[in-house]
Ligand binder design. Structure first.
Ligand code: ADP
Ligand code: MG
Length: 372
C-alpha cells in the first residue's frame, strides 16, 4: 500500500493543554481510515492539522511525500466535511456544491456537470434547486459530502460525519458512505467517538487516548487482538480478569485468576516472560452459559483438558435485545461477568432465567492476553 499521508512526530499544544502528543502515523492511498477515541482525546485537532486549519507545535505533515506542514488549507489536496452540516442556508443545493469550484475559477458549464455528477454520487439527483431547509438532516449531510467530492480531492476528511443523525439513518448512511468511498477510490480519513461506526466503515483505525495513539490496526484486529486493557475496554464490551502466569509453554499456558478463583487454560504461550501480572480479556459473545445442577461436574471447555475456564455463578440480570440476549452472571466470589447469546430461534430451548445457577466458560482460544 502506497502511503499518501504521513504524520511525523506531531505535537499540538494549546497553552498548558497537550491536545496531540507526538503522533506518528502513515495512512495508505485508498484507505478508509478512522481516528477513534473518547471526546477530547485530540482527534479533531489531528484532522485539522491535516486540513491545514491548525499548525502543529512540533512535527511534520506529509502528503504524497511532500511537506505540507506550512501550506494553507486551500492549497492542500484535501477537503473537509464538518461535524455540523456546513452548507450555506441561503444557497440552493447546486450553488452550495459549485461554490468551491467557482472560487477556483472553474467555468460555469463544467461546474454544472461536476455538481450533477457529485449529486448522483450521493444519490441526490434532481435536488439541484432545493434550498437546504427543504432537506432532511441526512440529505444535508450528503450535500456537504458532495461539496467535498466535487473538488476531486486526493483525501476527504470527515469529522463525526454521522453523529448528528438518528440511529436508523446513521446506519443507512454508514453503508452508503462505505459504498461511496469504494466507488470513488478517494482516501477518507474520518474522526469518530463511535466505535461501531469506526469498526463498520474503516479499513484501519487508530485508537487515540489523551493525545496519543494507543493502537493502529484493522477493525477485526482491534476487537480480537487488543494491545491493552484500554483498547479492549473501549472497543466493544469485555470481561477482564487479573491474572498470574503459573505455567508458560509454547503450546499452552496456565493462568491463575484470583478474582474468580479458577485457573484458565490457554492454547498458546503468553510471551509474558518475567511478567507476574497480566490480564485476560474474554468477549461476552465468546462466553458459554450452561445449566448447573447440584453435584454435577462442570462442563469441559473446548481445547482444555477439563476443569479449566469454567466458573459457577448465578444469573442476576437479563437484557433481551431482540437479536441477542445479554446475561449478567455473578460468580461465587462476587465478580459480575457478561455473556451474550444470539437468539437463533424464535423459541429459546434453554430458556435461562433470573437467579438460575449456571456454569460460565470459554474455549482455550477465546481469551486475549494483555500485558498492560
Ligand atoms: P476530540 O476531537 O477528540 O474530541 P479535540 O481535538 O477537539 O478532541 O480536543 C483535544 C483537546 O484540545 C481538548 O482538551 C480540547 O479542549 C483542547 N482544544 C482543542 N482545540 C482547542 C483550542 N482551539 N484552544 C484550546 N484548547 C483546545
Ligand atoms: Mg472532535
Amino acid at each position: 500500500m502506497k502511503t499518501i499521508i504521513e504524520f511525523r512526530g506531531i505535537t499540538k499544544r494549546y497553552g498548558p493543554v497537550v491536545a496531540v502528543d507526538n503522533v506518528s502515523l502513515a495512512i495508505g492511498e485508498g484507505e478508509f481510515f478512522a481516528l477513534l477515541g473518547p471526546s477530547g482525546c485530540g482527534k479533531t485537532t489531528l484532522l485539522r492539522m491535516l486540513a491545514g486549519f491548525e499548525q502543529p507545535t512540533r512535527g511534520q505533515v506529509l502528503i504524497d511525500g511532500e511537506d505540507y506542514t506550512r501550506v494553507p488549507p486551500n492549497r492542500r489536496p484535501v477537503n473537509m466535511v464538518f461535524q455540523s452540516y456546513a452548507v450555506f442556508p441561503h444557497m440552493t443545493v447546486a450553488a452550495n456544491i459549485e461554490y468551491g469550484l467557482k472560487m477556483d475559477g472553474v467555468a460555469r458549464a463544467e461546474r454544472r456537470d461536476r455538481a450533477r455528477e457529485a449529486l448522483a454520487l450521493v444519490q441526490l439527483e434532481g435536488y439541484d434547486e432545493r434550498m437546504p431547509d427543504q432537506l432532511s438532516g441526512g440529505q444535508r449531510q450528503r450535500v456537504a459530502l458532495a461539496r467535498a467530492l466535487v473538488k476531486r480531492p486526493r483525501v476527504v476528511l470527515l469529522d463525526e460525519p454521522l453523529s448528528a443523525l438518528d440511529a436508523k439513518l446513521r446506519e443507512e448512511l454508514r453503508f452508503e458512505l462505505s459504498r461511496l468511498q469504494d466507488k470513488v477510490g478517494i482516501t477518507f480519513v474520518m474522526v469518530t467517538h463511535d466505535q461501531d461506526e469506526a469498526l463498520a466503515l474503516a479499513t484501519r483505525c487508530a485508537v487515540m487516548h489523551k493525545g496519543s495513539l494507543v493502537q493502529v490496526a484493522t477493525p477485526a484486529d482491534l476487537y480480537e487482538f487488543p494491545s491493552s486493557r484500554l483498547v479492549a475496554d473501549f472497543i466493544g464490551s469485555v470481561n477482564l480478569f487479573e491474572g498470574r502466569v503459573v505455567e508458560d509453554h509454547s503450546d499452552h499456558a496456565l493462568i491463575d485468576l484470583p478474582e474468580i478463583g479458577i485457573r484458565a487454560w490457554l492454547d498458546h504461550g503468553t510471551g509474558a516472560s518475567g511478567t507476574v501480572q497480566i490480564w485476560l480479556a474474554v468477549r461476552p459473545e465468546k462466553m458459554e452459559l450452561h445449566k448447573r445442577a447440584n453435584g454435577e461436574a462442570p462442563p469441559v471447555m473446548e481445547g482444555t483438558p477439563g476443569g479449566h475456564n469454567v466458573v459457577a455463578g448465578i444469573i442476576t440480570d437479563i437484557a433481551y435485545l431482540g437479536s441477542e440476549s445479554v446475561y449478567e452472571v455473578r460468580t461465587e466470589a462476587g465478580k459480575i461477568l457478561r455473556v451474550i447469546r444470539p437468539n437463533l430461534t424464535r423459541w429459546d430451548q434453554e430458556d435461562f432465567t433470573w437467579d438460575e445457577p449456571v456454569w460460565l466458560g470459554w474455549h482455550a482460544e477465546a481469551a486475549a492476553v494483555l500485558l498492560q
